[in-house]
Ligand binder design. Structure first.
Ligand code: HEC
Ligand code: HEC
Length: 245
């Protein structure tokens, strides 16, 4: 064989290889998007994670941190712990949140409850919730953190379960409600601040309505799926969701 022919044959083989490789990549994309995200076969999981990691670094790390651990100073939740503000934390749930955002100004974002600003004259823009005095807020914190004297904690319990209306959103047991994004107040995981008296005071006095942008439109179906799989893997590193069918 002449060297020229050999080179041409080599090039053809290379192109065919690249074509097959690209076709394989597109096939994986298609299957990844079509599959039930909560029972991804191993090859699709392995395909999704690096793609999702890339999207995360480009679009999410600025708020959630490169490691996904969030930033409690800015009220950005960690995605690494299994504590979920929204939904059950399945890949499907996570994908919905990424697509539609949380309180995102796109009209399609689900209308979640907001944390009223109790130190203001009108704590909630939508509900008739009466304001609380600084003393009231301090009592509620004593109740939640089990600090202070028994008297103030008892007063706080009454405010929590009665005129403060806290029970209405956070539940009588203060364990929150992931259907509407209301956090658990009994665990050690805090969305805003470090769980200190000051941090709680700040949230209860000024309210909170954290926003996560909606990514539908910016990210295509492939990137949305891959990012959701990646985010899920952050909190489930030891047990990748690999029950292949
Ligand atoms: C209308 C629903 C609603 C009511 C009533 C309400 N909360 Fe909240 N609360 C929320 C929501 C929603 C959040 C999360 C806000 C966010 O995501 O930015 C929150 C967050 C908090 C946080 C911060 C938790 C964290 O992890 O950082 C504290 C503390 C808190 N609420 C205490 C109270 C107390 C005490 C009361 C009563 C005086 C109360 N809430 C009443 C909805 C409510
Ligand atoms: C501008 C800052 C910002 C960016 C960018 C951002 N997020 Fe968020 N995200 C937030 C905040 C703040 C919350 C908490 C909202 C609340 O208070 O309820 C949140 C909540 C979430 C939640 C819910 C967490 C839980 O505990 O249930 C997920 C999942 C999430 N973000 C994923 C992403 C992904 C994936 C991206 C990138 C595609 C992204 N976010 C980009 C700020 C951001």
């Amino acid at each position: 064989m002449k060297p020229r022919t050999a080179a041409l044959l080599g090039l053809a083989a290379l192109l065919a290889g690249a074509g097959a490789w690209m076709w394989h990549g597109r096939d994986l994309d298609r299957r990844m998007v079509m599959a039930d995200p909560d029972v991804l076969p191993a090859d699709l999981f392995a395909h999704a994670v690096p793609l999702g990691r890339e999207t995360f670094a480009a679009h999410c790390a600025s708020c959630h941190g490169a490691d996904g651990k969030g930033d409690s100073a800015r009220g950005v939740p960690s995605l690494v712990d299994i504590d979920r503000l929204y939904g059950a934390g399945t890949v499907g749930d996570i994908e919905q949140i990424i697509a539609h955002g949380i309180r995102a100004a796109n009209g399609k974002s689900r209308a979640f409850a907001i944390m009223p600003a109790y130190a203001t004259a009108r704590p909630s823009p939508t509900e008739a919730i009466p304001p609380l005095t600084p003393g009231d807020i301090s009592d509620v914190i004593d109740y939640l953190l089990k600090t202070g004297n028994p008297e103030s904690a008892r007063r706080g319990a009454t405010i929590f379960g009665d005129r403060g209306g806290c029970f209405d959103c956070h539940g009588a047991d203060a364990k929150g409600d992931p259907a509407v994004g209301v956090p658990d107040l009994t665990d050690a995981i805090w969305l805003s601040g470090d769980g200190s008296r000051d941090a709680l005071y700040n949230t209860i006095a000024r309210g909170s309505a954290g926003m996560c942008p909606a990514w539908l439109g910016t990210l295509d179906a492939r990137a949305l799926r891959a990012t959701a799989v990646y985010v899920h893997s952050l909190s489930h590193p030891a047990t990748p969701p690999l029950p292949s069918r």
